[in-house]
Design a protein around this ligand. Structure first.
Ligand SMILES: [Zn+2]
Length: 138
């Protein structure tokens, strides 16, 4: 089984070691060299719609899987408890579907977030109006 070690860093170093994932909490992202050995650098930003990092005090896991569709290798794997678990390669159709799903998920998330922000804003406005009326402050 292939093992990857993790390093918590503030800044991602210029030269990445093989089989090491560099995690920057400050910048909310991780970077590692593609586990197939092709040398490409894989960037996995952390967000609700990108990757989630699990750190159990000893090892790290990333969800969902890492699909390097933009690289020649098209490798696809999971990082679970610092182990590389190879996942089946995706066909072109599956990659396309994955991209569309990803777009839809992101779209839905950001739209609901916008809506929430707007609701929040209108509530603040109402409170302000109420206070203005009550205390005649502007
Ligand atoms: Zn690769």
């Amino acid at each position: 089984m292939m093992i990857i070690s993790h390093k918590f860093v503030v800044n991602i170093p210029d030269n990445l070691s093989e089989r090491t994932i560099y995690i920057s909490i400050k910048y909310g992202t991780a970077v590692h060299k593609c586990c197939c050995g092709c040398g490409e650098e894989v960037v996995t930003p952390f967000s609700k719609t990108d990757w989630q990092l699990i750190f159990d005090g000893e090892s790290i896991s990333l969800f969902p899987s890492i699909g390097n569709w933009n690289f020649n290798c098209k490798s696809h794997y999971w990082i679970k408890n610092n182990c590389i678990e190879w996942a089946p390669q995706w066909s072109r159709d599956e990659i396309e579907k994955g991209r569309i799903d990803d777009f839809l998920i992101k779209n839905k998330y950001y739209n609901s977030k916008k809506l929430k922000d707007r609701k929040h804003f209108s509530l603040l406005k109402k409170i302000k109006l109420f206070l203005n009326k009550k205390y005649k402050i502007n």
